[in-house]
Design a binder for this molecule. Sequence first.
Ligand code: ATR
Length: 279
Amino acid sequence: MEYHLALIGYPIKHSLSPWIHNKFLDKAGLRGSYKLHEFDQASSFEENIKLLKRKKYDGFNVTVPYKQEIIPYLDEVDPIADKMGAVNTVVNKHGKWVGYNTDGVGYVRSLEAAYPEALLNQDCRILLIGAGGAARGIYCALRDRGFSRIDIANRTQTSASDILELQADHGNCTVLSIQEAEKALKDYDIVIQTTSVGMRPNSKDSIIQVANVKDKGIFSDIIYQPLKTEFLSQAEAAGAPIHFGHTMLLYQAQYAFEKWTDKKVSLNNMAEELKLLLE
Ligand code: ATR
């Protein structure tokens, strides 16, 4: 079979997804293509969806600003994506559109690839900074993997509390202010920065000042532009192992590709190659 895959969103001209998925097709020895299908801003969303249906893609990714808007047009939504209220991957199953969200699992896979031992101890304490879409996905994926000591720090604390509500059982998870989290950094085995603070062009900003860190406590940022954020630079200077955001991009794509093709491709040196493209 030949796979016709695409990305929908706007604007998407600079997306790295075609580079990633066309490599995956190659690696998996499959025929097909992954194209950019930018939504026409002069037409309505419905008209864009009609055109998309006619294309009969076998699968597509959904990016900003349509991750929520696509949901009413799907025939089925996977429980995690439903909980998150956002879909980034759609599989065309015999004409029916089924929606998934691969961000959370992708993030956890990327962390596990870099620090396999970090995910062995389900008792470890995790701090999630931020409470947007990415944080929701990562929280659900970590809870699914059995972690139950996850604290969430956010400027708007009600959004952090809403994330805890995604699971009936809150485990030992609590909500913190950013200031409280800053003071408590050395209590955490893994600290994950998911806000947009520090993203280019505001690369000098950091949501939190990192000074005291736990011995072997890992610091991770999902921002990949710049690759080494101010948050990661401070963590590194404090002696912490760090984890870069571009790998999440690769692993969420790996999981999406698996949903479309049933094949799990290995990434080999793609993280290094992507790093060079981003630098
Ligand atoms: P995404 O869905 O990509 O994760 P988002 O929903 O816009 O993005 O979430 C952005 C996150 O960055 C939120 O946690 C947001 O905090 P609030 O919930 O308080 O808005 C955080 N954020 C963005 N700009 C911020 C700033 N200047 N200071 C503190 N937090 C900020």
